[in-house]
Ligand binder design. Structure first.
Ligand code: PGA
Length: 281
């Protein structure tokens, strides 16, 4: 696991955009997994800026979002379809080649879930999956208790998730109770995972995910099983990590090694092995 502790949300967003940009430059037809929520907004702002400036090109990219509420219209202002248009897709000069978000009002949610899995497989799997984390440790809408091998499926949201998301709705009663989400097993099949966490509300979940046991009680802890996961945190979200100083030291050495490698192999050359932190590029 690579654990990067940034000073603040602005730096976190900047670094996140660098990882996405690097992946996109290495593979123009990237299959990119996307997340919603307040955390990735800064990342999307930066990607839009780079694309509008002509530094990034999404025209060959295929995207898959993690999840969507069930039971609200897709043009509802709080739907994740709407979120993605507002924060990313609708602001690009050229849209991605294909965008996928689980449907919000499928006739048959089980069939829709299976179709989503099939679409991911047909695209060749996800190259880079962006994730947020819930205060209860959820990833996507995989709430505590989700099987670590779970696949895309309809889920029942927990009370704390409904409360957390009520800030986006007129009242808690308006928050949908159900969602369609990629499963934890689906997420773990992404070739690289980039989890973003910002603010003190996430500190406990982040510590459980990184330093706790692998357990369905904290879905994000399943990421410990992944060979190429990057936790990109701001200082507040990292505040409860016991080994924060160690992670900072490792990251500093990792960057020094990467710079040395880039100097000797040319700046465009990717680094395939990061000895301290797991696989990287
Ligand atoms: P947030 O949500 O970015 O709005 O905090 C993250 C999540 O619940 O996955």
């Amino acid at each position: 696991m690579r654990i990067i502790i940034t000073d603040d949300y602005a730096e976190l967003s900047q670094r996140a955009a660098e990882f996405v940009a690097q992946a996109l430059c290495a593979k123009p037809n990237l299959v990119l997994g996307l997340a919603t929520g307040s955390t990735p907004v800064g990342l999307y702002d930066e990607l839009v800026r780079l694309e509008n400036d002509g530094e990034l090109d999404f025209s060959q990219v295929v995207t898959f979002n993690l999840d969507e509420y069930l039971g609200i219209p897709e043009d509802h202002p709080q739907s994740y379809h709407h979120f993605m248009e507002e924060h990313l897709f609708g602001r690009l000069r050229e849209r991605p080649r294909a965008t996928h978000i689980p449907p919000a009002q499928p006739d048959d949610p089980l069939a829709a879930a299976e179709a989503y899995e099939q679409q991911i497989r047909a695209a060749g799997g996800i190259d880079l999956q962006v994730l947020g984390i819930g205060r209860n440790g959820h990833i996507g809408f995989n709430e505590p208790g989700s099987s670590l091998a779970s696949r895309t499926r309809p889920v029942v949201l927990r009370a704390e998730t409904i409360r957390d998301n009520a800030r986006f709705f007129d009242s808690p009663a308006d928050v949908p109770r159900y969602a369609l989400t990629m499963g934890i097993g689906t997420i773990l099949e992404a070739r690289r995972i980039l989890l973003l966490a910002s603010g003190p509300n996430k500190a406990e979940a982040v510590a459980r995910a990184i330093e706790g046991p692998v357990t369905a009680a904290c879905p994000a802890s399943a990421l410990q099983l992944h060979p190429d996961v990057i936790f990109l945190l701001d200082a507040a979200a990292a505040a409860e990590l016991q080994q924060a100083d160690y992670y900072r030291h490792v990251e500093q050495l990792t960057r020094e090694l990467q710079q040395r490698h880039a100097r000797s192999h040319g700046a465009g050359q990717s680094v395939n092995v990061v000895p301290f932190a797991g696989r990287s590029s």
